[in-house]
Design a binder for this molecule. Structure first.
Ligand SMILES: C[S@@+](CC[C@H](N)C(=O)[O-])C[C@H]1O[C@@H](n2cnc3c(N)ncnc32)[C@H](O)[C@@H]1O
Length: 247
C-alpha cells in the first residue's frame, strides 16, 4: 500500500473516478447521514464563531461546498481539474466560491482565513505529511482561526474494506485507536481542541440497515433508523469530526 502525496493526487485526476465519487460514497443512507453530520458541524461552527471567509482544502466535486452556508466568501482548492470542473457545476451559490487548482502542501493566499476545513484528505497521510499539512494551514489561518477535519477511530474488518474499495487502489488511512494520540497530535501541531464529535457509533448495524434499505428502495426509512440508533451513546465511533483552534 503506497501512501504518498503523488499517489493521492493522481488517483483523482480521472474523470470517471471524479464523476462517480459522490454516487459511490455518499448516495446510500449511511453515506448520506455521514454527509449531513459533517455539513452540520461545519455550518454550526460558521454560525457559532461568526465566520465570514472559509477555505475548503481538497474539495473534490464540492460534496460539502454545495451544502455549506452562512459565510461570505469561500475558496475551495483541489489538484484535480476533473474534480474542480464538477465542483464548479455542482455548487449552489457560485458567486460566493472561487475554485482553484492548488496543492494543499504548497498553498499561498493573499489574505488570512477564519476557518479551514478538509474531509477525507488529511487521514490519507502518514505523520510527517499530516504535520506538514497542519503547519501549512496554521500559516493560512487568522489568529485563533478554526480548523475542522475528520479523523478515523475504527478499523473496519478487511472484508468490508475490500467491498468498499473494490477495483480501486488501496489508500492508506490513519486510524487513531486511542483518543489521546489524536489529541496530542493536534496540540503538537499548534491547535487546541474545541470539540471532538464522534460519528457513526454503531457502524456494522448502521451499514446493514443502509444496505438493506437501499436495496428495498426505502432509503428514507433507513436514514431515520440510522439516526435513531446513532442517538444511543454507546460504542466506538467510526470517526471523529475534529474542531480545533489555532493556538
Ligand atoms: C477522497 S477525495 C475527498 C473529497 C472531499 N474532500 C470530500 O470529503 O468528499 C480527496 C481529494 O483530494 C484531492 N487532492 C489530492 N491531493 C491533493 C493535494 N496535494 N492538494 C489538494 N488536493 C488534493 C483529490 O483530487 C481529491 O479530490
Amino acid at each position: 500500500m503506497r501512501a504518498n502525496a503523488e499517489l493521492i493526487k493522481s488517483l483523482y485526476q480521472n474523470y470517471r473516478i471524479a464523476s462517480g465519487y459522490i454516487d459511490e460514497r455518499f448516495s446510500k443512507p449511511l453515506g448520506r447521514v455521514q454527509h449531513k453530520i459533517q455539513v452540520g458541524s461545519i455550518n454550526n461552527a460558521i454560525r457559532r464563531y461568526q465566520i465570514d471567509n472559509i477555505l475548503e482544502v481538497a474539495c473534490g466535486p464540492a460534496r460539502l461546498a454545495s451544502d455549506v452556508k452562512g459565510f461570505k466568501k469561500g475558496i475551495a482548492i483541489d489538484t484535480s481539474d476533473q474534480m474542480l470542473e464538477i465542483a464548479r457545476r455542482r455548487v449552489r451559490n457560485p458567486d460566493k466560491w472561487r475554485f482553484v487548482n492548488a496543492d494543499a502542501f504548497n498553498l499561498k493566499l493573499n489574505s488570512r482565513l477564519q476557518l479551514i476545513y478538509s474531509f477525507r484528505f488529511i487521514r490519507h497521510f502518514k505523520t510527517t505529511d499530516r504535520m506538514r499539512l497542519y503547519k501549512a494551514f496554521h500559516g493560512l489561518l487568522d489568529n485563533h482561526g478554526i480548523l475542522i477535519f475528520d479523523a478515523l477511530h475504527y478499523e473496519k474488518i478487511a472484508f468490508i474494506r475490500n467491498i468498499e474499495n473494490r477495483g480501486q487502489e488501496k489508500i492508506y488511512d490513519k486510524i487513531y485507536l486511542d483518543k489521546k494520540a489524536l489529541e496530542n497530535e493536534i496540540y503538537t501541531a499548534g491547535y487546541e481542541i474545541l470539540e471532538l464529535k464522534g460519528v457513526i457509533h454503531h457502524f456494522y448495524a448502521q451499514a446493514v440497515i443502509s444496505r438493506i434499505s437501499n436495496k428495498l428502495k426505502i432509503d428514507m426509512i433507513g436514514i431515520r433508523a440510522i439516526y435513531s440508533i446513532e442517538r444511543i451513546p454507546l460504542g466506538r465511533p467510526l470517526e471523529w469530526i475534529v474542531i480545533c483552534r489555532k493556538r
